[in-house]
Design a protein around this ligand. Structure first.
Ligand code: HAM
Length: 441
């Protein structure tokens, strides 16, 4: 068959067999974040494009090359033309919502999270790099103390530990200074790089005078060579920022969270100040494929017209985390597709099965059946496939006798009971009928 339509490049389908991985990550994030007092925030998939142009930054790859922008042409007379973008990250939308819902007058810090949702970046697709991918996202808004930074990092690290990945990963950390010292740092970087600017890639040659920090972040080997000779960021930041950073590290030591100082970790988005951090596989020496990254951004809310509000946050790349979970053969909790499988043999049994399915699903059981399979053998096979705990069997005899057979699929035992007693009988066998497998994770 020649397919008429295919997936857009850089996207993928999540098939039922992979759902347990997604559920595992989203449930783990939700459980940990709620445990730390974070509230779940859902923002739209598209926002005013300016949110990202101002926040992520005009000179970043994300805004310059990768934004999915749309124009709203003012189709309805009460609308003005506006430029929107599919969100290339959560942070901008979270900060917009923080201000729009007056969260700046709530007790600070305001702690918000999203367990995982689609993000769009029009980059060149490659392994672990998609045009539509998913992030989980955490933001702690309204406090700048080193303790807040350490606690946010603790939450992040515990999520990766809960996923069984901590022993394979490293936390890299750096400080890139505040609004006051960053202009001086940029000046110094320009003077260091200027003598060899013709050796930079064309993008970095363009960025040298506007945003030299982006050169440190460039993955081109010729730029990396120049970067490796640059002074370390901790030696360039102001005394106040250095003290703040040392305090963050001291708290991490206290928490026994091991970290690697990475003097060139500047992050690819413009809004960061002070602490920056990323999670990598210990074996990923070049640091090409982070499993998550974040940092503090003390001036973003002010840039959006709000009061000066320090904040710190993090986003995890869910596809990359799933790849790592699979690579390390970590077993994730299965999602049982059905508690009960309804098996029917003969025309009369089919009608009875309809009633039983309707009653049991009404009572909160997950019940399934195989339409189009008529033999006992084929239906039992289907019940095994969905890992049903029980099968209810109605054959020709049971249809006449007003009975059903309840078969335990795991222990190979069975019992015949009156049809009208099914609900009561099941309530003893599956007492937690409304508690799904997902709730138990
Ligand atoms: P980011 O470093 O741009 O940070 O993205 C976070 C994570 O998303 C990355 O570490 C990576 O795992 C994943 N990721 C990024 N791009 C792709 C892609 N094209 N395909 C697959 N995965 C990808 C942010 O987005 C910040 N908003 C994080 C943050 C929150 N900072 C403060 N608060």
């Amino acid at each position: 068959m020649k397919l008429k339509y295919k997936l857009p490049r850089g996207t993928y389908d999540i098939l039922p067999k992979d759902q347990p991985y997604w559920q595992f990550i989203k449930n783990t994030v939700t459980k940990r974040c709620l445990g730390f007092g974070y509230g779940e925030l859902e923002t739209p998939i598209y926002e005013n494009a300016e949110i990202f142009q101002k926040g992520v930054g005009e000179s970043t790859d994300v805004v310059q090359k990768e934004m999915f922008e749309t124009h709203r042409m003012g189709l309805f007379e009460d609308e003005k033309e506006e430029k929107y973008a599919l969100r290339p990250e959560f942070t901008g939308g979270f900060c917009r919502a923080y201000l729009e819902h007056g969260m700046h007058i709530w007790p600070q810090p305001v702690k918000l999270f999203h367990p995982g949702g689609p993000i769009f970046r029009y980059g060149r697709p490659q392994k672990g790099r998609f045009r539509q991918f998913q992030q989980f996202n955490i933001e702690t808004i309204g406090n700048e103390e080193p303790l807040t930074h350490a606690l946010t990092i603790l939450l992040v690290w515990q999520i990766y530990s809960d996923l069984g990945l901590d022993k394979y990963l490293t936390l890299q950390i750096n400080s890139i200074g505040c609004k006051k010292c960053q202009p001086k740092i940029k000046k110094r970087l320009i003077s260091e790089i200027e003598p060899c600017q013709d050796k930079l890639c064309s993008d970095c040659q363009r960025r040298l005078y506007t945003n030299p920090l982006r050169i440190i972040d460039c993955k081109e080997s010729r730029c990396q060579k120049i970067v490796s000779d640059l002074p370390h960021m901790v030696d360039l930041i102001c005394t106040e920022c250095r003290k703040h950073f040392m305090d963050v590290l001291e708290y991490l030591d206290e928490l026994k969270i091991t970290y690697d100082l990475n003097p060139f970790l500047v992050r690819g988005l413009d809004y960061y100040t002070r602490t920056t951090f990323e999670i990598y596989d210990k074996k990923d020496r070049g640091g090409q494929s982070s499993l998550g990254g974040g940092g503090s951004y003390d001036n973003l809310i002010e840039l959006y017209g709000g009061p000066l509000t320090p904040a710190i946050g993090f986003a995890g790349g869910i596809e990359r985390i799933i790849d790592k979970i699979k690579e390390k053969n970590i077993i994730v909790p299965e999602i049982a597709q059905a508690d009960i499988f309804m098996i029917h043999i003969g025309a009369r049994a089919k009608k009875i099965a309809l009633h039983i399915i309707s009653d049991l699903s009404e009572a909160g059981y997950r019940i399934s059946c195989a339409v189009g399979k008529d033999t006992l053998k084929s239906q039992l096979k289907a019940a095994n496939k969905v890992k049903a705990k029980l099968a209810i069997i109605v054959g020709q005899r049971e249809a006449l006798d007003k009975t059903v057979i309840v078969k335990n699929m795991f222990e190979v035992t069975q019992e015949t009971i009156e049809r009208k007693e099914v609900l009561e009988y099941l309530s003893k066998l599956l007492p937690n009928k409304k508690e799904s497998e997902i709730d138990k994770i």
